[in-house]
Design a protein. Structure first.
Length: 231
């Protein structure tokens, strides 16, 4: 089953011009960073080692600029980002699997730097809060030195096998976090808000919650509420 996909259009390695554009994107981010964020991080980790070291700091700055929604002056890192895809070749990177197992299928037909830039520019297509949750993954991916597999998913994104069901089916994750049965067909706004408020109250340090995890738990409760209420 296809879980995430990043399609990058680019000039061929033998072509003197250096251009790239984005094609078809399947980048789910619920709950953040989602498997879309994991795929973008995997592309950065897989192809950055073949990029000249002197360009790495600029890649890091570009991640921060795109995350903040800043205007990026073109060309950047020797490549021009554009909308037109006429005459360009295509690289396709996918994440496939199910709630028990995921695997990466990365196929690049262009320069390594193009793959990294495509992953970074894909952040622009995501909502601001998703960009903010995925950017740290991309920075960690820049320092990754291991294989791109289950250990990468666990170490970079903090998603282990037990949590995969949450990112492959966000609604199941949200139901579970708010205390509903996994097979609940329909929930009302009142039920969601009641459980959300109870969870926030229990998580808050003033009511005995752990100071070190309260903010993270409250953020997750808010994301679960958003998923179930569709907003």
């Amino acid at each position: 089953m296809l879980l995430a996909e990043l399609q990058i259009w680019h000039t061929r390695p033998t072509t003197p011009t250096r251009r790239l554009a984005l094609g078809h994107l399947v980048l789910p981010t619920d709950p953040p960073p989602g498997l879309g964020g994991v795929l973008l991080a995997a592309v950065v980790a897989a192809y950055l080692p073949a990029v000249p070291d002197d360009l790495w700091p600029d890649v890091g700055r570009l991640i921060d600029e795109v995350t903040a929604g800043q205007r990026v002056v073109q060309p950047r890192l020797r490549h021009r980002y554009q909308i037109d895809r006429h005459g360009l070749a295509t690289s396709v990177h996918q994440l496939r699997g199910d709630a028990d197992h995921v695997e990466f299928d990365l196929h690049a037909l262009g320069r390594p730097l193009v793959q990294v830039l495509g992953a970074v520019y894909a952040l622009e297509r995501l909502r601001p809060e998703a960009r903010a949750s995925i950017a740290p993954l991309l920075h960690r991916a820049m320092r990754w030195q291991g294989p791109i597999g289950p250990s990468f998913v666990a170490d970079i994104a903090g998603i282990d096998r037990a949590d995969l069901v949450g990112v492959t089916d966000p609604r199941v994750w949200a139901l579970d976090l708010l205390g509903f049965a996994h097979d609940t067909a329909k929930v009302t706004r009142r039920e969601v808000m009641t459980r959300y408020r109870a969870g926030v109250r229990a998580a808050h340090p003033d009511h005995g919650g752990d100071d070190d995890v309260a903010a993270h738990l409250i953020e997750r409760l808010g994301e679960a509420r958003r998923i179930l209420l569709g907003r």
